[in-house]
Design a protein around this ligand. Structure first.
Ligand code: ATP
Ligand code: MG
Length: 263
């Protein structure tokens, strides 16, 4: 609360100023507003992370959720960016798979994982999402949902794998810098903290989420926290076929969840 209140005040002041100013000063205030919104989102993410960590299951709003539909709706949110890079989703799995989950939070997990894949994939590539059920013992009494996301980007640097789920961890940007084929000039633009109230800042805004060097390093930490609150696990590696990232998610699953919901 102590963090959110001053940010809300700054945002209100910036919004008020925005309507009263003319360019180029207005562009500076727009930038201030964008950064304030980013900071507010970051603060909200950290508060959510702390709450989930303190009381993992108490904070979940569990109900039957169709995971296939959730994958599709997460992809729809990322489609504008994916379309720009001509990246397609290649889904392999059932038409419906009902799990007990907190829908909003599970949506966030998928969004964070797919956002990374879109961000780090070169143009014209497919992102493969594979969904299935696996039995974890001989009697097949224990089932797990197995969700895999495989991209054809550069993958994780081997030495970063033990760290990628840590808060604020980001692998060496120099390694990932040219994944999108963007020039180093555009990368410098995004990194620049100096106000750029010109066409440059508009370029930055458009491409912000497309660039491998954008982001705060919280996406995977949030995903892991949510998955673990659902009694699941998430692992990161590189796929032997594509060389790109290979994220695997395992969630406990009861066969009756399917019949309960289809009746
Ligand atoms: N699909 C991927 N391919 C290659 N590297 C990846 C991929 N996903 C994540 N990474 C690496 O793992 C790091 C951590 O990912 P994470 O999603 O937590 O942070 P971010 O994407 O950098 O920022 P944020 O998600 O907060 O916007 C990234 O900075 C990147 O180095
Ligand atoms: Mg991310």
């Amino acid at each position: 609360h102590e963090l959110k209140t001053p940010l809300t005040s700054i945002r209100l002041v910036a919004e008020t100023l925005q309507t009263r100013l003319e360019p180029p000063t207005r562009d500076w205030v727009e930038r201030l507003l964008r950064e304030t919104i980013r900071l507010s989102n970051l603060v909200q993410d950290l508060l959510d992370l702390n709450q989930l960590q303190a009381q993992p299951t108490a904070r979940l709003n569990l109900k039957p959720v169709d995971l296939t539909r959730l994958i599709q709706s997460s992809w729809v949110s990322l489609e504008p960016l994916a379309r720009k890079k001509h990246i397609q989703l290649d889904y392999v799995g059932p038409e419906q798979l009902i799990i007990q989950a907190d829908e909003a939070r599970m949506h966030r997990v998928l969004l964070n994982l797919l956002d990374n894949s879109v961000k780090y994939s070169p143009a014209q590539q497919c992102i493969r999402v594979q969904l299935g059920i696996i039995s974890s013992d001989q009697s097949a009494a224990m089932h797990q949902v197995h969700l895999q996301i495989i991209d054809a980007g550069p993958g994780f640097p081997e030495n970063s794998l033990p760290l990628v789920f840590e808060r604020f961890y980001r692998a060496d940007p120099s390694r990932t810098r040219n994944v999108t084929g963007m020039s180093s000039a555009s990368v410098t633009l995004t990194n620049s903290m100096a106000p750029e109230p010109s066409s440059k800042s508009r370029f930055q805004e458009e491409s912000e989420f497309a660039q491998p060097n954008s982001g705060s390093g919280l996406g995977l930490a949030i995903a892991r926290q949510i998955v673990e609150a659902h009694q699941g696990t998430v692992t990161a590696g590189n796929h032997p076929d594509t060389g790109g990232a290979w994220l695997q998610l395992f969630l406990p699953w009861q066969p009756e969840e399917l019949s309960e919901c289809s009746s």
